[in-house]
Design a protein. Structure first.
Length: 253
């Protein structure tokens, strides 16, 4: 029997409310190193809030987050040093690409390397070109984002996140703004990352990706995790009625 891989991301008893609206209600989750976890569920389930809480773009009201040895407790004051230490370890890709329109593709990927990692221009340029090649866009280095398709811009955003050498990656519905053909370009890059052993947490409406690429599928509804397990179990024999209803809708489209 193989030894389980170490836990890379651990969320414990996370709560988050906006006024009277509870968005996360005692959510706990573990993601092991090198594994892909897909988070699915209806709109308003709290999926994106959970993802954004992992790297503290949202500050939880209570609970604890551990990312690759960095522990943050909501009850404590979160200082800049703890925040930067945690965010250095985990990259994030959003629904919108958030590229700087006035900078070239290459500069979009080099800027944070110089500011955050202290790399000189040549080191940052070399790393950026390597990553643009990895996502199939080495020929776009001197273009501006507006000259690139949506799928290309999202792949640039992935390259930019990887440029900081994260040990885990968070994806918040990275294909939701793309048509199917362009979405497939992005999903192929994500599949390659998974094959290379990158720890990934992916909020997605791409059921095929969740089913074929992830080791664990987490189903959320009403701010809670209602079910989780291997894709073969969740998709074929879901135990929760809410999961069955959700899958019956999304899989019949």
């Amino acid at each position: 029997m193989s030894t389980p891989r170490p836990v890379a991301i651990r969320v414990t008893d996370l709560k988050k409310s906006y006024g009277a609206l509870t968005v996360l209600d005692d959510v706990s989750l573990e993601v092991r190193e090198g594994e892909v976890t897909a988070i699915i569920g209806p709109s308003g389930a709290g999926k994106s809030t959970l993802l954004r809480s992992i790297n503290l773009l949202e500050e939880p009201d209570s609970g604890e987050i551990e990312v690759l040895g960095s522990v943050v407790r909501a009850a404590d004051r979160i200082g800049p040093k703890s925040l930067n230490e945690l965010r250095r370890k985990v990259g994030m890709v959003f629904q919108s690409f958030n590229l700087f329109p006035h900078l070239t593709v290459l500069r979009n990927v080099t800027l944070a390397q110089e500011l955050v990692l202290g790399r000189d221009k040549k080191q940052a340029d070399d790393r950026a070109r390597e990553l643009l090649k990895r996502v199939g866009l080495e020929d776009k280095a001197d273009q501006y984002p507006s000259r690139c398709s949506g799928g290309q811009q999202q792949r640039i955003a992935i390259a930019r996140a990887l440029a900081l050498d994260p040990r885990a990656m968070l994806f918040d519905e990275p294909t939701s703004a793309l048509d199917p053909e362009l979405a497939n370009e992005v999903l192929l890059v994500m599949r390659k990352l998974a094959d290379e052993g990158m720890t990934m947490v992916v909020v997605t409406h791409e059921m095929r990706f969740a089913r074929e690429v992830s080791e664990t599928v987490v189903v959320m509804a009403d701010g809670r995790i209602i079910e989780q397990g291997k894709p073969s179990q969740v998709f074929t024999e879901p135990t929760h009625e809410r999961t069955r209803k959700f899958l019956s809708v999304v899989l019949d489209r």
